[in-house]
Design a protein around this ligand. Sequence first.
Ligand SMILES: CC(C)(COP(=O)(O)OP(=O)(O)OC[C@H]1O[C@@H](n2cnc3c(N)ncnc32)[C@H](O)[C@@H]1OP(=O)(O)O)[C@@H](O)C(=O)NCCC(=O)NCCS
Length: 202
Amino acid sequence: MDMTPAIDLSAFRHAAVPPRSNERFARPHLVRLPKGELVQTHDGRELRLRSIEPGDVDALKRQFRRLSPEDIRRRFLHAMGELPEPMAQRLCRLDPEIETAFVLMDETVKPAEMRGVGRIYVDLAANSAEFSVLVEHDWTRVGLGALLMQRLVDDCRRRGLGEIWGYVLLENRPMLQLCKELGFTRRLIPDEPGTAQISLQL
Ligand SMILES: CC(C)(COP(=O)(O)OP(=O)(O)OC[C@H]1O[C@@H](n2cnc3c(N)ncnc32)[C@H](O)[C@@H]1OP(=O)(O)O)[C@@H](O)C(=O)NCCC(=O)NCCS
């Protein structure tokens, strides 16, 4: 559901000037306000941070095609040649009760491209949320991973959850380092030798 607030500009028309007849009987002119907020990378590039929406499916699929096999394996914890359509649809259509997903959109290009995604999936019974995060390669090392993780932590706190956690491959040094800096702790999973579970108590 598109929750975009819209503003009816007819309310701002000068009261003393009667509208033209074609305007008087026209449907109200609705202008969409930009959603989310503008954020800057450490090297000065601008992106819009906002919630993911159903209309982001094509941008998500284009982003997937730009990822290296290594990025895909690190994000999804296994190899994937393509992003199946039902999965792309599913990733863009949230159940707000148990999911949050933030995207970083590059609006300097047309169509706008998705440069980063961070999401949580809440386990209500466990009072915790599993996270995942991805920043595409050309946009790494400029603070976006940390920004997305911080926003996910904030969202978990807003929801009153006790823990945020995720699986990270042990060879994924960038992510382990990022999480260490954010105060996450790591534990090994006996059944999954190459994987760690990292978590932050909230
Ligand atoms: C891991 C990932 C999210 C990091 O995103 P990022 O935008 O580069 O992270 P940031 O720029 O915010 O970096 C924050 C800190 O993380 C650490 N870090 C990030 N990349 C690093 C790297 N390549 N080597 C060592 N440390 C790294 C650094 O401490 C960095 O701080 P610094 O730049 O001040 O030194 C990104 O590389 C990525 O999407 N990888 C593929 C998918 C993935 O691994 N997802 C995680 C599993 S869910």
